[in-house]
Design a binder for this molecule. Structure first.
Ligand code: UGA
Length: 442
């Protein structure tokens, strides 16, 4: 039996996928309303494929949901800690939930177990989890063997099931041979054709997670800066991307410029890494620059709009249609989404915004509850109604092949500001649209 602590994004995906592989899994969360929902077969997050996987696990009797730690701890030998690590004000990760999960385990553990950290946590957290469990066991006067393993998750929102079941690598940070073996067995069904397991010490595993996100964020900020340079010198960033990406040391993927990276991971993890560096007196200057470049990049579309209209002030009274609100397609996640910055920029300069997103309307309504000049529209076409220009922030599939003639006929100023480089200029030209993208200048 496997206990998954925390029924958020990582916990639910891991729980559902492990149950699908034939394991008995119990998912625990302190949020009773969430557990009730899950028991009814409702999924609190938007993730393609997750709902049917959860339902299958429940119907097969391999997946349960509970708020009862006594029940969840007594039956398991593997515990996955997958609780949130929200950022503190200084950017460091808040370990409260991780350590209270550790305490709950230590207060109840009766047999030898592996405790697996799946949450993104700073270096040394495995040691802290171990200390908390040991202290609780000692307070109870019981002597149970246990081992804490760092096993960071590399799921992408929108592709999480695929990422879990077909991982590029499985990082096991363990200094205990028995625990490593337990983990190898757990992942054996995902590791048949080719050995994807990389065993290392827990600290290196913890750092690996931050390093991966930091490297990916660095690529994006680098390309965003080069896109600005491309615009200034009259080069095409897409040609440059292909030109450098064909070098296998660089690779073509994850080199797309845009209107800034968002989500719950890159911004938070970049800041946590910078904070970790500061704590250890190792200034991470590259990461600081990556963060700063991304902060600015989120204003890039607004700046292009302001230039088009002849200055920020000229946006007063304009109506801008906005397609895409979530931080990327196939999710309803609005955390650190570039759309939020654009909306704030436009509203604070007196513009009206008519926004549409295929998934994140409810979230946007909550975030901008008091914004009277933001209208949430039922469709992409409706957002164009009465608008002067169109801005695109998220590359949802349904925006890929719009009717450009219709866009041109509806927009008063016939201008499209594309933060994701979705269209070909030849096509927008034919429709009579002025088209502004990110760095594909010529
Ligand atoms: C990211 C990582 O990609 C996962 O490997 C990691 O497990 C996850 O964080 C995590 O730490 O949990 P995610 O935040 O779901 O996954 O989203 P990504 O697909 O990585 O996109 C992040 C942001 O970068 C988005 O705003 C996206 O639009 C932007 N991006 C991505 C670009 O601007 N250009 C690119 O070439 C790629």
């Amino acid at each position: 039996m496997i206990t998954v602590i925390g029924s958020g994004y990582v916990g639910l995906v891991a729980g559902a996928c492990l149950a699908e592989l034939g394991n008995d899994v119990v998912c625990i969360d302190t949020d009773a309303a969430k557990i009730d929902m899950l028991r009814r077969g409702e999924v609190p997050i938007f993730e393609p494929g997750l709902e049917s996987l959860l339902r299958r696990g429940q119907e097969a009797g391999r997946l349960e949901f509970t708020t009862d730690y006594d029940l969840a701890v007594s039956r398991s030998t593997i515990f996955l800690i997958a609780v949130g690590t929200p950022p503190e004000e200084d950017g460091s990760a808040d370990l409260r939930h991780v350590l209270s999960a550790a305490a709950a385990i230590g207060e109840r553990l009766t047999r030898k177990a592996v405790i697996v950290n799946k949450s993104t946590v700073p270096v040394e957290t495995a040691a802290k989890v171990e200390a908390v469990i040991a202290e609780r066991l000692q307070a109870r006067g019981v002597d149970v063997e246990f081992s804490v393993v760092s096993n960071p998750e590399f799921l992408k929102e929108g592709a999480a099931i695929e990422d879990f079941t077909r991982p590029d690598r499985i990082i096991i940070g363990s200094s205990d041979a028995w625990a490593t073996e337990v983990m190898r067995n757990l992942y054996a069904p995902l590791n048949r054709r080719q050995d994807k397991i990389i065993v290392m010490d827990p600290r290196s595993a913890e750092l690996t997670k931050y390093a991966a996100n930091a490297m990916l964020a660095t690529r994006i900020s680098f390309m965003n800066e080069l896109a600005h340079l491309s615009e200034a010198v009259g080069a095409d960033i897409e040609a440059v991307r292909r030109g450098i990406g064909s070098d296998p040391r660089i690779g073509l993927r994850f080199l797309y410029p845009g209107c800034g990276y968002g989500g719950s991971c890159f911004p938070k993890d970049a800041r946590a890494l910078i904070r970790m560096g500061a704590e250890h007196k190792v200034p991470l200057r590259v990461m600081q620059a990556v963060e700063e470049a991304n902060r600015r990049q989120k204003h890039a579309l607004f700046e292009k709009l302001a230039t088009f209209y002849g200055g920020e002030r000229e946006l007063d009274g304009k109506t801008i249609a906005l397609w895409g609100l979530s931080f990327k397609p196939d999710t309803d996640d609005m955390r650190e989404a570039p759309s939020r910055v654009l909306i704030e920029d436009l509203l604070s300069h007196g513009a009206q915004v008519r926004a549409y997103d295929p998934a994140a309307m409810k979230q946007t309504r909550q975030i901008f509850a008091d914004a009277s000049r933001l209208t949430l529209c039922p469709s992409a076409a409706d957002a164009l109604e009465g608008s002067d220009a169109l801005a695109i922030v998220t590359e949802w599939r349904e925006f890929r092949s719009p009717d450009f003639d219709e866009i041109a006929s509806r927009l008063k100023d016939k201008a499209v500001f594309d933060g994701r480089n979705m269209y070909e200029r030849s096509v927008t030209d034919t429709a009579g649209l002025a088209y502004f993208d990110i760095g594909r200048n010529p």
